[in-house]
Design a protein around this ligand. Structure first.
Ligand SMILES: Cc1cc2nc3c(=O)[nH]c(=O)nc-3n(C[C@H](O)[C@H](O)[C@H](O)COP(=O)(O)OP(=O)(O)OC[C@H]3O[C@@H](n4cnc5c(N)ncnc54)[C@H](O)[C@@H]3O)c2cc1C
Ligand SMILES: *[C@@H]1O[C@H](CO)[C@@H](O)[C@H](O)[C@H]1NC(C)=O
Ligand SMILES: *[C@@H]1O[C@H](CO)[C@@H](O)[C@H](O)[C@H]1NC(C)=O
Ligand SMILES: *[C@@H]1O[C@H](CO)[C@@H](O)[C@H](O)[C@H]1NC(C)=O
Ligand SMILES: *[C@@H]1O[C@H](CO)[C@@H](O)[C@H](O)[C@H]1NC(C)=O
Ligand SMILES: *[C@@H]1O[C@H](CO)[C@@H](O)[C@H](O)[C@H]1NC(C)=O
Ligand SMILES: *[C@@H]1O[C@H](CO)[C@@H](O)[C@H](O)[C@H]1NC(C)=O
Ligand SMILES: *[C@@H]1O[C@H](CO)[C@@H](O)[C@H](O)[C@H]1NC(C)=O
Ligand SMILES: *[C@@H]1O[C@H](CO)[C@@H](O)[C@H](O)[C@H]1NC(C)=O
Ligand SMILES: *[C@@H]1O[C@H](CO)[C@@H](O)[C@H](O)[C@H]1NC(C)=O
Length: 630
């Protein structure tokens, strides 16, 4: 084995289908073909040429790289990723779905910007959040979007509303992005596995819209996990009472209402599925793709004709720090995520000319929109003491509960550890009267520009939550959060220097516009209505009965509101007439050749709901545009 990388046997089994035992090394299969584990990895320090170089092995990067690599044209494709495999970096924590909630017990490491394990970016002081500086996790591992040392899972998924996609098409002036034209690409990445009622409580009647599935079967498995919790029907009854429409899933273009959300869990093994376990490993088995872990892209290289010719990279960047070049015969595709894609463009000479000049960077393409127009989904949550069992005892470290959960998981792939423990009664709405009646005219006018089917708030029940220090062995708490889906505040980023190792300067500007405070105060009132109309809520733990007037709620929010990591649009797609447009409708960077941005940063705006499905769709759509010249 190549001693530079301590690969786990789990990864080996995934990558080498023919391996009989879990030994890292070489293998001979039944048909006599030997495969060498290291064959799938680029040689650090060796200058090499590929047809396509993809920077960033996150959701978008892995998806597009793999579609290009699997094409019958046999293109050579390299994926450059600053991080490594999360199975290696993080033990079983990111593989076992239920460990989503145990992070509170683990120590936090990797908050340092550009450490080996995660980009733990810290925002500028946020005026809308009383000047707080917030850690904005940016995943740094194959699979992207998650901090490898902590509790979160990139797991639940919804698809946006049909009208929000038509809005996208209108905004960019191209029918390429209408709902009808993208819906097949949402389906393309995934294989849906229906609930197995020998594992999920059969009294939980999960419905889904079968038209949202197939006909192709993509590499990524989505399911309802094997655990759904006990709160769903109770909150559902409350939502029914409040007039929410019950939807058959939130994957077919309709969002306003409530339903059960799918998650990226493969229920057969009850492990988390990601763009690494699905797409990347598929290509490693079936193509010549070359994977570069622990490799940082430092600069995109251009020739005199402004064509992107390759990438200057730094190998094993936490330790050795040697640089070399990877050349792209066809294209460089930047998929480094919401904060790092604009950073890489800027240090390479693509961005606002005055900023670049201030850092001594030669301007290749003056694009003032790079780093601007960041769209996000500010998030907050209220906590309730409830009369049904939630994950509280597991999170609190109750040894009996934990031992039972591990045993049930290992023996039957079911129980609390086998799902993300939530997903039922996820609701979407436009804020109704009487709360809407309190909005200022300017807020009403702002909101009136959104499509009719674009919800303003997403309500997310979550099994994990805070609890008091004097918690008893039978106490249970439930969190009900709200993500704002139509905030008016717009964020931004810029570079601190010409070196990517200096973290980008980021400012999501949450709640900066007064319209957003009006909206989120209304959402607090609505969460309380949902909670107290249900039969399971005993009392509100946070913020509690002392926080009731709008002024008290506003003060609490400014101190306690947080984030949900759903940022995008820092390299936004737009028509030529849009001075802030960074990429055209095929994700090609304006003013240069052979360079695309394919990730959440290239969305014209962040559509309503969980963005992960949009990221996969986007990569699928652009891969098809490249391969079939659409
Ligand atoms: C903690 C957390 C939980 C989330 N949970 C959910 C969820 O449940 N559902 C959902 O829909 N969305 C969720 N999201 C949002 C979702 O993860 C993102 O929208 C999505 O991952 C964006 O995909 P991307 O390809 O644009 O970027 P990313 O997935 O962030 O990938 C970017 C990759 O580029 C790499 N990179 C960056 N700079 C460089 C460089 N210079 N050189 C080499 N590599 C580089 C990074 O290491 C990273 O792996 C979550 C996000 C976070 C952070
Ligand atoms: C694909 O290209 C690689 C070189 O990049 C070559 O080794 C391999 O044989 C090719 N495979 C096919 C099926 O043409
Ligand atoms: C499940 O829900 C559907 C739709 O609401 C309903 O038609 C069906 O009868 C329910 N099944 C059970 C077993 O409750
Ligand atoms: C690789 O590229 C680097 C940077 O251009 C150069 O200094 C080095 O000589 C090259 N190495 C080889 C082996 O060609
Ligand atoms: C995860 O790994 C830890 C440490 O090896 C172990 O204690 C725990 O039981 C594992 N969990 C499961 C579900 O296998
Ligand atoms: C979905 O994922 C987000 C993180 O993006 C998390 O905050 C949220 O609570 C999750 N919702 C459910 C229902 O699991
Ligand atoms: C808001 O708009 C309504 C109707 O358009 C109008 O009657 C009212 O005076 C406006 N209020 C303010 C404060 O401008
Ligand atoms: C980002 O937004 C803040 C708040 O509006 C502003 O003060 C700052 O100058 C902006 N930064 C950039 C780089 O645009
Ligand atoms: C239940 O919801 C209604 C709105 O339909 C609201 O008026 C009422 O206050 C809620 N009940 C409680 C106990 O919060
Ligand atoms: C909320 O803010 C208050 C300060 O107003 C702080 O004391 C408290 O710890 C915060 N609560 C949470 C859950 O962050």
């Amino acid at each position: 084995m190549d001693s530079r990388f301590p690969f786990s046997s789990v990864l080996l089994v995934g990558i080498l289908a023919k391996v009989a035992s879990g030994i890292v090394g070489a293998s001979v299969g039944s048909d006599g073909v030997s495969d060498i584990f290291g064959n799938h990895f680029g040689q650090p320090g060796v200058n090499a040429t590929y047809d396509y170089i993809v920077v960033g092995g996150g959701n978008a990067g892995n998806t597009i790289a793999v579609r290009l690599a699997l094409d019958p044209a046999n293109y050579s494709v390299a994926v450059i990723e600053a991080g490594n495999f999360y199975e290696i970096l993080n033990g079983n924590r990111t593989q076992v779905p239920g460990y989503n909630y145990i992070g509170a017990l683990s120590s936090f490491v990797g908050d340092e910007p550009a450490s080996l394990t995660a980009f733990g970016l810290k925002t500028e002081p946020q005026a809308g959040y009383n000047g707080r500086e917030i850690i904005y996790v940016a995943g740094q591992s194959f699979g992207g979007g998650r901090k490898v040392a902590c509790m979160y899972f990139l797991a639940n998924q919804t698809r946006p509303s049909a009208g929000s996609h038509d809005h996208w098409a209108d905004f960019v002036g191209d029918d390429f992005w209408t709902w009808d034209n993208v819906y097949p690409y949402y389906k393309k990445s995934v294989t849906f596995i229906p609930p197995d009622y020998t594992k999920i409580d059969p009294s939980i009647n999960i419905t889904w819209d079968s038209t949202s599935i197939g006909p192709e079967e993509g590499p990524l498995h989505i399911s309802y996990g094997n655990f759904q919790g006990h709160f769903g029907s109770h909150l559902g009854a409350s939502l029914d009472k409040l007039g929410f429409e019950k939807l058959a899933g939130i994957n077919s273009g309709k969002m306003i209402g409530y339903g059960t959300v799918t998650s990226t869990v493969d229920p057969r093994t009850a492990t988390r599925d990601s763009s690494e376990t699905s797409f990347l490993q598929l290509a490693a088995r079936n193509s010549n793709i070359q994977i570069y872990p622990n490799t940082l892209a430092k600069k995109i290289l251009f020739d005199a004709d402004k064509k992107a010719t390759g990438v200057l990279v730094q190998g094993n960047f936490a330790t050795a720090q040697f640089e070399y070049k990877l050349k792209a015969a066809k294209e460089v595709i930047v998929s480094a995520g919401v904060w790092h894609s604009p950073q890489l463009l800027m240090v390479s000479g693509v961005g606002p000319a005055c900023t670049l000049k201030a850092h001594g960077i030669d301007v290749v393409s003056d694009l003032p929109g790079v780093g601007q127009n960041e769209r996000d989904q500010p998030f907050m949550a209220l906590t309730y003491k409830v009369s049904v069992t939630t994950n509280t005892q597991m999170v609190a470290g109750n040894p009996k509960v934990n031992a039972e959960a591990v045993a049930e998981y290992l023996d039957h792939q079911s129980g609390r550890l086998s799902g993300i423990g939530a997903g039922q009664a996820v609701a979407f709405e436009k804020i109704p009267a009487p709360y809407r009646n309190k909005y200022s005219n300017s807020t009403l006018q702002y909101l009136s520009a959104f499509p009719e089917d674009w919800p303003e708030v997403e309500y997310l029940p979550l099994e994990s939550s805070g609890f008091p220090a004097d918690i008893g062995p039978d106490d249970n708490y439930l969190l009900i959060g709200a993500a704002m889906l139509s905030p008016k505040s717009i964020g931004n980023m810029t570079i601190a220097s010409a070196d990517v190792l200096d973290p980008p300067v980021i400012s999501p500007n949450w709640l900066l516009d007064p319209a957003d405070l009006e909206q989120i105060i209304a959402a607090v009132h609505r969460i309380r209505e949902i909670a107290f109309n249900s039969s399971i809520v005993e009392e509100e733990y946070l913020p509690g009965p002392d926080v009731t007037t709008d002024a008290e709620i506003a003060a609490w929010l400014k101190e306690n509101m947080s984030l949900i990591y759903h940022g995008g649009s820092t390299c936004r797609m737009g028509p030529k007439s849009d001075p802030d447009s960074v990429v055209d409708t095929r994700a090609r960077v304006r003013g240069v050749k052979g360079l695309r941005v394919v990730d959440a940063s290239a969305f014209p705006f962040v559509p309503p709901g969980q963005p992960m499905s949009v990221v996969y769709m986007f990569a699928e759509r652009i891969a098809d545009a490249i391969l079939n010249d659409l």
